[in-house]
Design a protein around this ligand. Structure first.
Ligand SMILES: *Cc1c(COP(=O)(O)O)cnc(C)c1O
Length: 360
């Protein structure tokens, strides 16, 4: 992290709070387990937790390391580790740290069967209803439940599944997964049931069950194909900014940047911006990717370098030192992701450590 380079990532506390309220509005009768894994999707885990601690019910992370960080920072809410490499030593930590482990593979039962009778462990059982990733299979369900029911040190079992296609609201696979989950959930009594991530919450809020698991929407990013954050009344939390460090006039025919992949077809002004793939700007963003300069979107031109990008300023009013927005407020991250042929998740998680983060 450097304070001297102009590249900064601004995190809006009020936008986080607004989006958390939106998640609540979408399923007012369900609890919210706010997903803050991957350092709060690159926004800063503790800062995110701090901003929304009073607005959500629980937090979900991806490792006991994250749990330790949150407990060290004083957060008291129930926590869940969504995936974990369990062993004997880590298992006892879960009770101690009031954290639920997720059990997703039948091989993990052997370990659970060794826990002390007075452990008081609370777990999520994850069932794979069609995602094809983590989760016990439906045909293992009865055997797993029978074995779990014999473990005295296990105090509570909740059941979750994960939708594979919730970003496509009309994909019939979603309802197949939900129906299968409901069928399985009805066979035993569970402490809590959970199905929906952000995209699920947007499209299938009627299946919100006891607790929802929004991640990306809390950060003000649309989880759904064909729906913008604005249409969903979500506000961008991360704004990635830098400055113009040079402006030059170049003649028609001039080539810009490494490999000369972009050639000016008319005389123009080229702006050089201090930000590159060494900061987390996607190297594959092509010429044409929008960059916001003084409230005007101008196109990136030429290849993205490690520390710099170039834009075609044309004749817009701009001078060295003017601030630019790479994504965020006024320049949606979803659009940049589309240009770079990736997803917003990858962009926000990909901000590199040398970029200073400013929580506002
Ligand atoms: C990451 C994750 C979520 C959150 O997903 P979003 O698409 O960011 O809302 C929810 N549930 C599980 C199991 C996850 O791994």
């Amino acid at each position: 992290m450097s304070n001297y380079r102009p590249v900064k990532v601004h995190i809006s506390t009020s936008a986080l709070q607004h989006n958390s309220k939106r998640a609540r509005d979408m399923a007012p009768d369900s609890h919210i387990m706010a997903v803050i894994k991957a350092d709060g999707y690159g926004h800063g885990m503790e800062a995110v937790a701090e901003a929304i601690d009073g607005l959500v019910d629980e937090f979900a992370v991806n490792s006991l390391d994250d749990v330790l960080r949150l407990r060290d920072a004083g957060f008291k809410k129930p926590l869940t580790v969504l995936s974990a490499n369990l062993d004997k030593a880590s298992l006892s930590k879960f009770t101690e740290l009031e954290t639920r482990a997720t059990i997703y593979d039948i091989s993990q039962l052997a370990l659970l069967e060794q826990i002390a009778d007075d452990q008081d462990l609370s777990i999520w059982l994850k069932v794979d209803t069609g995602m094809g990733r983590l989760g016990i299979l439906p045909d293992e369900f009865d055997v797993v439940l029978q074995r779990l029911s014999q473990i005295n040190g296990l105090s509570e079992i909740s059941l979750m599944t994960h939708l594979a296609n919730a970003d496509q609201a009309d994909n019939p696979e979603n309802l197949n997964q939900i129906e299968l989950f409901e069928k399985l959930a009805a066979k035993y009594s569970f402490k809590q049931l959970s199905i929906l991530n952000s995209a699920g919450l947007v499209a299938y809020s009627q299946s919100a069950k006891d607790i929802t698991r929004p991640g990306i929407l809390l950060y003000g990013i649309s989880p759904s194909i064909g729906k913008s954050a604005e249409q969903l009344d979500l506000k961008p939390v991360m704004t990635f900014k830098s400055e113009l460090i040079s402006i030059k006039r170049l003649a028609a025919g001039s080539a810009i940047g490494y490999g000369g992949t972009y050639v000016l077809d008319q005389d123009s002004r080229i702006g050089i911006i201090a930000c590159g793939y060494g900061d987390g700007y996607p190297r594959h963003a092509p010429s044409g990717t929008p960059v916001l300069v003084n409230d005007i979107l101008v196109p990136l031109v030429g290849r993205v370098s490690m520390d710099m990008i170039c834009v075609d300023l044309g004749e817009i009013s701009a001078k060295v030192g003017d601030s630019v927005t790479l994504w965020g407020e006024g320049n949606p991250i979803e659009v940049i992701a589309e240009y770079a042929q990736t997803i917003s998740y990858e962009l926000c998680c990909g901000i590199l450590p040398r970029v200073e983060r400013i929580v506002e």
